[in-house]
Design a protein around this ligand. Structure first.
Ligand code: KIV
Length: 271
């Protein structure tokens, strides 16, 4: 396993250097103190406090319901658990689409109330003014193109984006605009691998893929998916590293058995 322990603290500058050196960037979501601490100590480069918290933590069908206050709660817990990783927080739906002032105000709340290092927002040209305003206030911004779950009702489905030329051309243009506006990186979600390769090759800032092939400068997965906590979500791009659902179920069965049989607690487990 290659974790660069020389790097004491990952910054947006570190990520640029990693791209230049051809070193891949590892990123995972987290929403609470305890998992953030495990991921940080394991050497993950970036922890994303994703608005996927709306799905995996709160049980909503989409990312739309989660609020800025709820994101701040999750993000501040993650920040308390981390020392080395760069912490990026998603601006939730409804907290930035109104105008760039709203976007900046939401960002300021996240930065002041959580201690996170950067924000991420979805979209290209449509959010450019907000991106510029946030960056001019000194806050690093990560873009997010391709499948953008906050627009699910516009797309209608979670299928692969930008297969058609028109959408692919818009994505390439958006990626360049985000880079010119000063973004330090861009998430590319569920797009053809060849398109992600082309975008990654054109940009000087890193791309982080999820369902976008292995030419991206880094990869991100939702922790509940890659740890096998979710069992129903099985997209082609997902690799599961653990079957935590089964392991937790087995542990709980064992505990119930021990309680029911009177085996727990035993002599050494009492005062
Ligand atoms: O909210 C999230 O988890 C994300 C990742 C899928 C990139 O945006």
């Amino acid at each position: 396993m290659s974790v660069n322990k020389e790097i004491k603290k990952i910054t947006t500058h570190t990520l640029l250097k990693m791209k230049e050196a051809g070193e891949k960037i590892s990123m995972i979501t987290a929403y609470d103190f305890s998992f953030a601490k495990i991921f940080d100590e394991a050497g993950i480069d970036i922890i994303l406090v994703g608005d996927s918290a709306s799905n995996v933590m709160a049980g909503h069908e989409t990312t739309l319901p989660i609020t800025l206050d709820q994101m701040i709660y999750h993000a501040s817990s993650v920040v308390r658990g981390s020392k080395r990783s760069l912490i990026i927080v998603d601006l939730p739906f409804g907290s930035y689409q109104g105008n760039s002032k709203e976007a900046l105000n939401s960002t300021i709340r996240i930065m002041k109330e959580t201690g996170a290092h950067a924000i991420k927002l979805e979209g290209g040209e449509e959010v450019l003014e907000s991106v510029k305003r946030i960056i001019s206030a000194g806050v690093p911004v990560m873009g997010h193109l391709g499948l953008t779950p906050q627009s699910i009702y516009k797309f209608g489905t979670y299928t692969v984006r930008a297969r058609e030329e028109e959408e692919a051309e818009k994505l390439k243009r958006d990626a360049e605009l985000l880079q010119e506006a000063g973004c330090f990186g861009i998430v590319l979600e569920k797009i053809p691998a060849a398109l992600a390769r082309e975008v990654t090759g054109r940009l000087t800032i890193p791309t982080i893929g999820i369902g976008a092939g292995n030419s991206c400068d880094g990869q991100v997965l939702v922790m509940h998916d890659m740890l096998g906590i979710n069992t129903e979500f099985k997209p082609r791009f997902l690799r599961t590293y653990l079957n935590l659902h089964q392991q937790v179920t087995d542990a709980i069965h064992h505990y119930i058995e021990d309680v029911k049989s009177g085996d727990f607690p035993n002599e050494s487990e009492q005062y």
